[in-house]
Design a binder for this molecule. Structure first.
Ligand code: RIB
Ligand code: CA
Length: 315
């Protein structure tokens, strides 16, 4: 059983990533930390708690993390446009019943890694503020990290917040720069694959037809997420970016990777947050991550559909 910590900013696709991880027989969620990104921290924290409680995952705790990027104010605009004012627009999900924890998310990450007798996988699917802060406050935790599977960036494809940058990296580019310079074992799932591993209308209808409570709420979340993508990107299908980070742990055939050196632009307004990959090894720098190059969309859709109808079992 692989032990994981989910660090997220729910967010429709973060919510689906949480549900997928909770229903995987191979993964044990040690805790969920939240970060400001798609919406303010108060909203992303409440949304994480709401979706977990709704799906019966009341034994996994939520720890609020950083409420703003390390060096910048929180970029609020696009999150609300795509995810709604409270970060989880669309279906009405009941208020959470389980209290969130008092311990700060960064401190939870550090304590849990230090106390663990085995390596843990971190799955950040929002801005990397919490992960960077944990690595700065406690560099020793690097030895306890099996890998960090990140949703962020765009290499061969355009960004989604500017033509150069993807949202998670753009919101906190300094945090991303710190994480990619940490020497940790990093897998980066970019827009290059997440905008291809999409749910078409028939995939959402098949999910809805499954008829169980969780499949139904995921279908309704995707209805909303798809509507904002059509409206703002003219995109007729629905990406579920963050769930890919969990999916690749369930089936390693889901995504192919290329080992490369990657760095983040932090000084130039035009390219702020751009993830620049040295695909041809021109810089001579040692590779510092694996970037996603290919994804199996049909496998991903089937995986989500199959896992959503599974009942939750505490692990
Ligand atoms: O660019 C997509 C990413 O930004 C996803 O993680 C989505 O939830 C938003 O946080
Ligand atoms: Ca996210």
């Amino acid at each position: 059983m692989r032990k994981i910590i989910m660090d997220c900013d729910p967010g429709h696709d973060d919510a689906i990533a949480l549900l997928l991880a909770s229903r995987s027989d191979d993964l044990k969620i040690l805790g969920v930390t939240t970060v400001a990104g798609n919406s303010e921290l108060e909203n992303t924290t409440k949304n994480a708690r709401k979706i977990l409680d709704y799906a019966g995952v009341t034994d996994v705790d939520v720890y609020p993390g950083c409420d703003k990027p390390m060096m910048r104010s929180l970029y609020r605009l696009t999150g609300a446009i795509i995810h709604g004012e409270d970060g989880l627009g669309g279906p009405k999900i009941p208020e959470p019943i389980t209290p969130v924890k008092e311990e700060h998310g960064v401190d939870f990450i550090i304590r849990t890694l230090r106390e663990s007798d085995e390596k843990i996988t971190l799955i950040p699917t929002g801005p990397l503020t919490n992960i960077a802060m944990a690595l700065i406050k406690a560099p020793d935790i690097k030895e306890k990290i099996d890998r960090i599977i990140i949703m962020g960036g765009a290499v061969m494809d355009p960004g989604n917040i500017t033509s150069a940058a993807e949202f998670n990296i753009y919101v906190d580019p300094e945090a991303a720069k710190i994480v990619f310079a940490s020497g940790c074992n990093i897998y980066l799932n970019t827009l290059d694959i997440s905008m291809k591993a999409v749910f078409y209308e028939e995939d959402i209808e098949a999910l809805r037809a499954q008829g169980d409570k969780v499949s139904d709420i995921v279908a309704r979340l995707l209805d909303f997420f798809a509507s904002t993508h059509v409206k703002h990107f003219g995109f007729k299908a629905c990406p579920v970016h963050d769930a890919l980070c969990v999916g690749v742990l369930i089936d390693e055939n889901l995504i192919e990777y290329q080992k490369t050196f990657l760095d983040i632009s932090v000084n130039d307004p035009l390219t702020l947050g751009e993830t620049v990959a040295d695909l041809w090894g021109i810089t001579g720098n040692e590779p510092n991550c694996y970037i996603s190059t290919k994804v199996d969309q049909k496998l991903f859709v089937k995986m989500i559909q199959e896992h959503m109808k599974k009942p939750y079992h505490s692990k």
